[in-house]
Structure formats: structure tokens, C-alpha cells
Design a protein around this ligand. Structure first.
Ligand SMILES: Nc1ncnc2c1ncn2[C@@H]1O[C@H](COP(=O)(O)OP(=O)(O)O)[C@@H](O)[C@H]1O
Ligand SMILES: O=C(O)C1=C[C@@H](OP(=O)(O)O)[C@@H](O)[C@H](O)C1
Ligand SMILES: [Mg+2]
Length: 193
């Protein structure tokens, strides 16, 4: 019997004989809603929330952008891998990855082995509209072009496509996406009798 974080059990809906056994992992491009939907899943279904970016910023005491500018992307990727390993050793919850986490082969294999991986998918235009204004180093704080954003997405899509499942998020509320992801989780390897 796996140790389940106490908070998870008091909110898990009508599956009395089933227990969350594996992490629920959200992957996808910047702007897909991984952080927002993970928060909706935690709020609505009592899953423990693990947001890798937030964890890194808290531990580093500086923003992702400052980490990139002061220590470089390679440092960030090492930190991302370290935090991922630590999260995977914790009780099952919902993991909001960063847009590049699942692109790394080692991270991808660990996530596919230890969780139910759901790819949050939308068109390049919709993703760009959502991602461009926030402070993301790869988008140079909004100075990057849509074409460069599209190139990153095109290069990464073959990796995102390796997820166990995909959910189209465009034109849908975070709660609606969270509901569909939750059903996927319980209908698949997210839990065992
Ligand atoms: N379903 C949605 N509908 C509209 N806007 C959304 C939705 N999900 C997220 N957003 C918005 O898109 C932006 C990126 O969301 P975020 O959760 O940070 O994405 P990610 O973590 O995948 O980069 C935020 O401004 C957020 O409020
Ligand atoms: O796509 C990427 O490589 C990145 C996405 C970001 O996370 P979000 O996808 O949550 O914005 C964050 O990890 C960092 O800026 C790198
Ligand atoms: Mg995020």
C-alpha cells in the first residue's frame, strides 16, 4: 500500500476502492496551462500540487529568468532534473512540468515510468497569445517573434507526442480541462484497485 499524502484521501471522489498510485504529469509547450490546470486539479480534487518551476524559484530565491541570465540554461536544466527526481520520490500528486522538462530524454523516461503523462495541446497561435506576455527567458520577456516560438514548438512536438494521453485545451476553461484530465487519470494507470 503506497503512502498517500493525507490531504489526497479526504478529497478523492467516489472511487472508494481505488487509491491514487502514480503521479499525474502535465506536459506541453509554454502557455499550455500546465501550472493553471495543475492548480485546478489540486483545488478541485485534492491532489498534492508539485510545480517544478515554482519549486526551483523558491529554492533558488530568484526567478527563472534570473537563473537563466545569471547561471545559464544548463544550470537550470540540472536543477530541473534534480527537483524532478525529488518530486518523483514523494507521494503521488499532480506535477506541472516546465515546457522543456519532457523534452529531455532522461526526464521523459522517468515521467513515463512513474506517472500518467498528459500532453496539454493547443495551436501555436493560441499558445503564443497566452505565453508571450509573461516573463519567460526563452521568449526574451515577450521580445521573441511568433516564428521563433513556432520553431521551438515544432521541434518539441515529437517529444510531447510521446505522452500517454493528450487533451486539447484551446477555447476551454482550466476547470473543464482539469475535469477531463481527472477522468483520464482514474480511467487509466493513475490508480490501481
Ligand atoms: N484554459 C485556459 N484558458 C485561458 N487562459 C488560460 C488557460 N489556462 C491557462 N491560461 C493562461 O495562460 C497563461 C499560461 O498559463 P500557465 O498555466 O502558466 O501555462 P504553462 O505553465 O503551461 O506555461 C496564463 O496567463 C494563464 O492564466
Ligand atoms: O519551455 C521551456 O523550456 C521553459 C518553460 C517554462 O515553464 P512553463 O512551460 O510553465 O512556462 C520554464 O520551465 C522555463 O522558462 C523553460
Ligand atoms: Mg508553468
Amino acid at each position: 500500500m503506497s503512502t498517500i499524502a493525507p490531504r489526497m484521501l479526504d478529497r478523492v471522489p467516489s472511487h472508494p476502492n481505488r487509491h491514487p498510485l502514480r503521479h499525474l504529469v502535465l506536459v506541453g509547450m509554454m502557455g499550455a496551462g500546465k501550472t493553471t490546470v495543475a492548480e485546478a486539479l489540486s483545488r478541485g480534487y485534492g491532489l498534492v500540487l508539485y510545480d517544478i518551476d515554482q519549486w526551483i524559484e523558491k529554492e533558488e530565491g530568484r526567478s527563472i529568468s534570473r537563473i537563466f541570465s545569471e547561471s545559464g540554461e544548463a544550470y537550470f536544466r540540472r536543477k530541473e532534473m534534480e527537483i524532478l527526481d525529488r518530486i518523483l520520490a514523494l507521494p503521488p500528486g499532480v506535477i506541472a512540468t516546465g515546457g522543456g522538462t519532457f523534452v529531455g530524454e532522461t526526464n521523459r523516461e522517468k515521467l513515463l515510468k512513474n506517472g500518467l503523462v498528459v500532453y496539454l495541446e493547443a495551436s501555436a497561435q493560441a499558445l503564443w497569445e497566452r505565453a508571450k506576455n509573461a516573463d519567460r527567458p526563452l521568449l526574451q520577456g515577450g521580445k521573441a517573434s511568433f516564428e521563433s516560438f513556432q520553431r521551438i514548438l515544432q521541434a518539441r512536438t515529437p517529444f510531447y507526442d510521446k505522452a500517454h494521453h493528450r487533451v486539447w485545451v484551446e477555447g476551454r476553461s482550466p476547470e473543464s480541462v482539469a475535469g477531463e484530465v481527472w477522468e483520464l487519470y482514474w480511467a487509466n494507470e493513475g490508480s490501481l484497485p
